[in-house]
Design a protein around this ligand. Structure first.
Ligand SMILES: Nc1ncnc2c1ncn2[C@@H]1O[C@H](COP(=O)(O)OP(=O)(O)OP(=O)(O)O)[C@@H](O)[C@H]1O
Length: 272
């Protein structure tokens, strides 16, 4: 199939977003950004502080309206749909392990909420035996022993366990698009790498179309089939397939300097 005929899960076209326009704090966070994702694309996003990475995810999720441009999700223009409407189709995991789960609820209640996202049947109907078996099966894949702790309050879990659970909740009903915003950045290195391995297993296992922001260049190259680099609100590099596989961190740094005319002033981005 010629490339232009391949169905796109996400089409972000000519997007502009300026915060606080006309004020002293005016900031152009996204400047004519185009991004097209095919089904199953796992795209890592890298860039220095303030490059526009989170803003890109936020405008896709509907947190802020855009000033210009269009966002089409699975063939449907979503510019005018609100964040909660888009949440029926978009799974999100944030940096903070405290977000995305309800601490005072049990593991099974959190998963039941995720399973019923966008449906009218709430928790008041209780959780069936069948659902519990389904949850145990999915939790076992995390290899954290959580399948034996369905009745444990989520507030008792460690940051890594909580982030793994959030990941499971975001994907238990396959979303059309999964957005991961530095979801392993707040964890210790060993736990972070476990969460990233899990991410890869879940994303590949369900062929989920995914955008993952990371500050770690090595992780950006290791995971996914495509890496984009942002700088001052624009996508300045887009590596895919063999080109990505053959790129190392040093190459990426040189590419960044060539494309941006800038040097990297961000230590976190160099973490590898
Ligand atoms: N809600 C907001 N109101 C005002 N300015 C904002 C808002 N969100 C982001 N910005 C600004 O837009 C620019 C891009 O921010 P963004 O958070 O997208 O960058 P980022 O690439 O995710 O950076 P970081 O890696 O530091 O998280 C920054 O200058 C930021 O201060």
């Amino acid at each position: 199939m010629p490339p232009e005929r391949v169905r796109k899960v996400l089409k972000v076209k000519n997007i502009c977003k300026t915060f606080n326009p006309g004020s002293i704090n005016e900031k152009c966070a996204l400047n004519r950004v185009d991004l097209f994702l095919e089904p199953g694309d796992f795209v890592t996003i890298i860039g220095g502080n303030g490059a526009g990475k989170s803003t890109l995810l936020n405008i896709i999720a509907g947190v802020f309206p855009v000033d210009r441009g269009t966002i089409v999700l699975d063939g449907i223009a979503v510019n005018n749909s609100r964040e909660h409407e888009r949440a029926k189709f978009i799974g999100r995991v944030f940096q903070d392990p405290m977000m995305g789960t309800a601490a005072s609820m049990t593991i099974e209640e959190n998963l039941a909420m995720a399973l019923r996202r966008g449906k009218s049947r709430g928790l008041r109907w209780g959780i069936t035996r069948q659902e519990q078996d389904f949850f145990r099966e999915h939790l076992a894949q995390l290899e954290l022993g959580l399948e034996n702790r369905l009745k444990a309050k989520v507030g008792l879990l460690s940051g890594g366990q909580r982030q793994a659970l959030t990941l499971l909740m975001a994907t238990i009903v396959s979303p059309k698009l999964l957005l991961l915003d530095e979801h392993s950045a707040a964890l210790d290195p060993k736990t972070a790498s476990k969460v990233l391995e899990l991410t890869q297993k879940i994303v590949n296992g369900h062929s989920l179309t995914t955008l993952m922001v990371t500050h770690n260049m090595r992780d950006a190259l290791k995971y996914g089939n495509r890496t984009i680099m942002m700088h001052e609100g624009q996508i300045i590099l887009d590596l895919a397939g063999r080109e990505k596989q053959n790129t190392c961190v040093e190459d990426l740094l040189k590419m960044f300097e060539r494309a941006s005319g800038d040097t990297i002033d961000n230590d976190r981005m160099l973490l590898a």
